[in-house]
Unconditional design. Structure first.
Length: 382
């Protein structure tokens, strides 16, 4: 399993989990230095153990981030009679580009928060959330709501949804009126991703989805005076439809697209930053069409973004049409859609049994079964 050695500090904690009924012995060695071993550790049956990098590696390794993956070998020996499985998780703290003091300018703190999230640095995220936001930063009306947003993202990453929503509420009260529209999109996205938490009770999920609908309704009210209003409404309806599918309300999901005019964006419009949320939320529309196995809807959604390549719509396979549309987005420089789609695909195992078709599509994607993927939704015969 790949490890991010370039992020390791001597104090980085690694979590080793033994899922079976046998005892495991962990050791490591560094090549090519005569295969010098570090310490060994015993991990008992159905047990987990946190080990610091500096405890695991030989003493001569002062900076583990300088090791290449080819130099480090971890050896897990099963000394029992039963077969077992194990896993390794990097807990943090990790090496960061710069040191930021809690009282540094808020933009520097926000940059560091983003780095924690990008690096999945559990340790630093948990440590940050134990510390209050300074009074100095609370007085900064421009950046304080963004600090609240990032704390909400960190709580959401830890699947602490009530705390995440509470911080979004705080940020909502503080943010300027003109920025509330974009804040709603961020808020709804955090709640929607949290709704996939498999350990959440059904009642909690329903409450969370209802809150997401409320936030989207607010976004819709604030959209009336916005440039590209029709595309913002499509974005909102894409997420609403996805949530309706999750609630098994397929007719309600389809009804959201009945009155939409699917107009292809012009080359001039394509890179306008006002459309950032649209390109992210379009993924929820794609996911809805896949769950409903609705080739017409999928093709219509693709028609919005085939700018410069209208021939894509001639493809008889709706799913291949989507794939080519995603490639077109990437080629032109709109990476948000591909990144967002990748994030949702990674979370797809949490959507079962609520979204069985989407889950099956993801399974085929993982198997790289091009024939089955292209025929997942019936071919267009028009």
């Amino acid at each position: 399993m790949p490890l991010n050695l370039q992020k390791w500090l001597p104090e980085t904690r690694l979590e080793f989990i033994n899922y079976g009924d046998s005892t495991l012995i962990l050791s490591c060695y560094i090549k090519p230095k005569s295969e010098i071993f570090g310490k060994t550790f015993e991990i008992g049956p159905f047990n987990r153990q946190y080990i610091m990098v500096k405890e695991l590696l030989p003493e001569y390794v002062e900076d583990p981030s300088l090791l290449s993956p080819d130099e480090l070998s971890l050896i897990m020996k099963n000394v029992g009679s039963d077969t077992t499985q194990f896993n390794i998780f990097e807990e943090g703290p990790f090496k960061h580009k710069t040191f930021v003091h809690p009282l540094s300018p808020p933009l520097d703190v926000i940059t560091l928060y983003a780095e924690y999230l990008n690096n999945l640095d559990n340790y630093s995220i948990k440590k940050t959330l134990k510390e209050p936001i300074s009074d100095l930063h609370k007085q900064d009306k421009t950046y304080y709501p963004i600090l609240c947003l990032y704390r909400a993202k960190m709580y959401s990453y830890l699947t602490k949804i009530e705390e995440a929503n509470a911080w979004m509420e705080v940020g909502w009260k503080e943010i300027e009126e003109s920025k509330r529209w974009g804040y709603c999109f961020q808020w709804a996205s955090i709640l929607a991703k949290a709704g996939a938490d498999s350990e959440m009770h059904l009642q909690q999920k329903n409450q969370l989805i209802q809150k997401t609908f409320e936030v989207l309704e607010t976004a819709q009210q604030l959209t009336s005076e916005k440039k590209f209003m029709e595309y913002h409404l499509i974005a909102i309806n894409c997420l609403k439809a996805f949530l309706f599918c999750y609630l098994n309300k397929h007719d309600d999901a389809l009804n959201l697209f009945e009155t939409i005019q699917f107009r292809t964006l012009t080359a001039e419009e394509f890179m306008d930053k006002e459309l950032n949320h649209f390109f992210e939320y379009l993924v929820y529309g794609f996911s809805t069409a896949i769950e409903l196995k609705d080739g017409e809807l999928l093709r219509n959604l693709c028609s919005l973004v085939v700018t410069g390549a209208p021939e894509i719509l001639d493809d008889p396979s709706p799913t291949h049409c989507m794939h080519r549309s995603l490639m077109n987005l990437f080629k032109i420089g709109r990476t948000q859609t591909n990144t967002m789609f990748g994030d949702i695909l990674k979370m797809a195992h949490l959507y079962e049994p609520e979204l069985p078709n989407f889950r099956q599509f993801v399974k085929l994607t993982g198997e790289d079964d091009e024939i089955e993927l292209n025929s997942f939704i019936p071919y267009y015969r028009g």
